[in-house]
Design a protein around this ligand. Structure first.
Ligand code: ZN
Ligand code: ZN
Length: 223
């Protein structure tokens, strides 16, 4: 049993991320396209027609586009495995770089931790939804089962988390979480299930277990 590359918890056989951090990474990849749209809206509103430039009054100048937004939505060629890590990595190029890393290391046939053989020759990454933030998030989510078997998954988790936290700090948007109290988590028995906006199924906050469908209510927990 290996341990998680993010926390001291145990990861499953052949994996390098615990269920909690695997689920968190999956959730972030689902959230990034939403954050990117909100960031683009920030740029659009800053670019609206300038008013009151005459007179030089600063109070009437159009709001300058936040450089943090431009950094996130901008171009670049970050090295996924050796990032500068100065908090300016752009979203799309960083995801693209990670897809490149996965495509480069992904064997034509590999066995996942459940013993299932996958034959998916992968010479270069071609997102079906295009070379966009949404396209790369979809691509990376599809290859997540493979990424979780790699020791560098902790770096991927760290970098995607950094993008999400930088975006949230600007947009102020945090996915809404609704506790599900009708039943405990079937895996760890804690009452820690939550439904997170934009994500299918339920997530256990305690152990990271993901359920595609809500479990059958067992009892009404004492309030
Ligand atoms: Zn962990
Ligand atoms: Zn649980």
């Amino acid at each position: 049993m290996s341990s998680c590359t993010v926390c001291p918890r145990a990861a499953g056989e052949g994996l390098h991320a615990c269920p909690h951090h695997a689920a968190e990474l999956r959730a972030w990849l689902a959230e990034l396209p939403v954050q990117a749209e909100l960031l683009a809206a920030c740029v659009a509103s800053s670019a609206s027609p300038a008013q009151g430039r005459r007179g030089g009054g600063r109070a009437h100048s159009p709001a300058p586009v936040d450089w943090r937004v431009l950094a996130l939505l901008g171009p670049g060629h970050p090295d996924a495995r050796h990032p500068d890590d100065d908090g300016t990595a752009p979203i799309r190029p960083l995801l693209d770089a990670w897809a490149g890393t996965i495509a480069y290391t992904h064997p034509a046939t590999y066995r996942d931790p459940h013993g299932t053989a996958h034959t998916t020759p992968c010479e270069a990454a071609h997102p079906r939804h295009g070379d966009t933030i949404t396209g790369w998030c979809t691509w990376l989510t599809a290859y997540l089962p493979y990424a979780l078997t790699q020791e560098w998954v902790g770096d991927l988790h760290h970098q995607v988390g950094d993008l999400v936290h930088r975006a949230r700090a600007i947009t102020g948007h945090h996915p809404h979480r609704r506790p599900y109290t009708a039943a405990p988590c079937p895996q760890c028995r804690a009452y820690g299930l939550v439904a997170v906006d934009g994500q299918p199924g339920l997530l256990c906050d305690t152990c990271g277990h993901h359920l595609p469908h809500p479990p059958t209510p067992e009892r009404t927990p004492a309030s």
